[in-house]
Design a protein around this ligand. Structure first.
Ligand SMILES: Cc1cc2nc3c(=O)[nH]c(=O)nc-3n(C[C@H](O)[C@H](O)[C@H](O)COP(=O)(O)OP(=O)(O)OC[C@H]3O[C@@H](n4cnc5c(N)ncnc54)[C@H](O)[C@@H]3O)c2cc1C
Length: 344
C-alpha cells in the first residue's frame, strides 16, 4: 500500500461559497447512483462534472450487460441515471472541473474548481473514473466503438467468429486476449518488445491457447476502416526491421494502461501500485470522510454494475458518516457502524 501525492490546490484559499452534506465528483454511473441514494437519504447533495452526465456510458454505443435491459444505448442509460438522480433532489454543476479536494482542519472538505469556485461539504465521494491510454494513431478515434475497443468484457461478445488484434504486453492485454478467445476465431497479440511483461502464469495460458498468436517487436501505426464504416485492418510496423503489413482484423482491443483520475486529492490517499484508490468495505478511503466509488477504486473489475454498486455503498456510508458527525464535537472523526440492514 502506498500513497498519492495530490497535485491540486491552485484554486487558493477563498472562503467556501456553499455548504453541502456531500459533494460527488464525477457524474458517471458511480456518481449518478451515489447522487440518487444521497438525495433520497435527504442529504444536501452537489454533483460536480467536468463534461455532461454519463461518464464512459457516453462512449459506449450499446450495452448488453446491465440487468433489466437486454440492450440499451449508452446515452439512453446515462439519461435515465441522471433524471433518476435529479428526481431525488441532487444538484448538478456541469462543465466544471474539480482541481482540488482538501480536508479542512476544522472538519469537512472543500472542493476547488478550475473555474475558481470553492464548495464545502461534510463529506466527499470521488467518482471521477479513469482514462484508458490510447495508441494515438490515425483511425483510432474514428473507429472507436466501430471495432476499436478498450474493454473485452464489454465488447467481446460483439466479435463472435471474428479475427481481432490485441495491443499490449502486460497482464491486462494477456488476460483479455485469453478471454476474447471465448468468442473470436483468432487473436493476434501485438507487442512492441520481444518478451511480455505479464505474469508467467498468464503467459503460459496464452502460449497454450491455439487461437492466440503473438506478433513480437511490432507496433500498430494506423487503424483502417472498410466501406461498411467498421475496422477492416491494422497497419503494423516491425520495430526491428521497419517492415510494414496491413493485418486484416475487424477488432482492435487496446490494453496499454489505464490512469485513474485521482490527482484532485490533496494529501495522501492509499492506493495500489496502479494508482487505484484503496477503500474499505464502506468505500471509505484512507482519508476519513472521503469515499471513492467506481472505476477510480482498486477492485477486480470495472463495469457499469460495479460502479452503480459502489455508488450505492458510498452514499449510504456517507449518510451514516454525516449523521454521526451531527452528534460529535467539531473535527471529531465518526466511525461508520455496520447495521446489516436494508436501505429503504
Ligand atoms: C468504450 C467503453 C465501453 C464500455 N462498455 C461497457 C459495457 O458494455 N458494459 C459495462 O458494464 N461497462 C462498460 N464499460 C465500462 C463502464 O463504462 C465503466 O466501468 C463505468 O462507466 C465506470 O463508471 P464511473 O462512474 O466509475 O466512471 P466514469 O464513467 O468514467 O465517470 C467518471 C466521470 O467523472 C468525470 N470527471 C473526471 N474527472 C473530473 C474532475 N476533475 N472534475 C469533474 N468531473 C470529473 C468524468 O467527466 C466522467 O463523467 C465500457 C467502457 C468503455 C470505455
Amino acid at each position: 500500500m502506498s500513497t498519492i501525492e495530490g497535485t491540486a490546490g491552485a484554486a487558493g484559499t477563498a472562503a467556501p461559497s456553499i455548504e453541502y452534506d456531500v459533494i460527488i465528483i464525477g457524474a458517471g454511473p458511480a456518481g449518478l447512483t451515489a447522487a440518487l441514494y444521497a438525495g433520497r437519504s435527504m442529504l444536501k447533495t452537489l454533483v460536480l462534472e467536468t463534461g455532461v452526465p454519463g461518464g464512459e456510458l457516453l462512449k459506449t454505443e450499446r450495452i448488453e450487460d446491465y440487468p433489466g435491459f437486454e440492450h440499451i444505448d449508452g446515452w439512453e442509460l446515462a439519461q435515465r441515471f441522471e433524471s433518476h438522480a435529479r428526481k431525488f433532489g441532487a444538484e448538478f454543476r456541469t462543465g466544471v472541473t474539480v482541481t482540488g479536494v482538501r480536508k479542512l482542519p476544522e472538519g469537512g472538505f472543500s472542493a476547488h474548481t478550475a473555474e475558481g469556485e470553492v464548495f464545502r461539504a461534510r463529506t466527499v465521494i470521488i467518482t471521477a473514473g479513469g482514462t484508458p491510454f490510447t495508441l494515438g494513431v490515425p483511425g483510432e478515434l474514428e473507429y472507436a466503438g466501430k471495432g476499436v475497443s478498450y474493454c473485452a468484457i464489454c465488447d467481446g461478445a460483439f466479435f463472435k467468429g471474428h479475427t481481432v488484434a490485441v495491443v499490449g504486453g502486460g497482464d491486462a492485454a494477456v488476460e483479455e486476449s485469453d478471454f476474447l478467445t471465448r468468442y473470436v476465431e483468432k487473436v493476434y497479440l501485438i507487442h512492441r518488445r520481444d518478451e511480455l511483461r505479464a505474469s508467467k502464469i498468464l503467459q503460459n495460458r496464452i502460449f497454450a491457447n491455439p487461437k492466440i498468436e503473438v506478433i513480437w517487436n511490432t507496433v500498430v501505426t494506423a487503424i483502417n476502416g472498410g466501406p461498411n464504416g467498421l475496422v477492416q485492418s491494422a497497419r503494423l510496423c516491425n520495430v526491428a526491421t521497419g517492415e510494414t503489413l496491413d493485418l486484416p482484423v475487424t477488432g482492435v482491443f487496446v490494453f496499454i494502461g489505464f490512469r485513474p483520475n485521482t490527482g484532485v486529492i490533496e494529501g495522501h490517499a492509499a492506493h495500489d501500485q496502479m494508482g487505484y484508490l484503496i477503500t474499505d468495505m464502506n468505500m471509505e478511503t484512507s482519508i476519513k470522510g472521503l469515499f471513492a466509488a467506481g472505476d477510480v477504486r482498486a477492485q477486480l473489475t470495472r463495469q457499469v454494475t460495479t460502479a452503480a454498486g459502489d455508488g450505492t455503498t458510498a452514499a449510504i456510508a456517507a449518510e451514516k458518516y454525516v449523521t454521526a458527525l451531527r452528534t460529535l464535537p467539531p473535527a471529531a472523526e465518526p466511525e461508520i457502524v455496520q447495521t446489516g440492514g436494508y436501505a429503504a
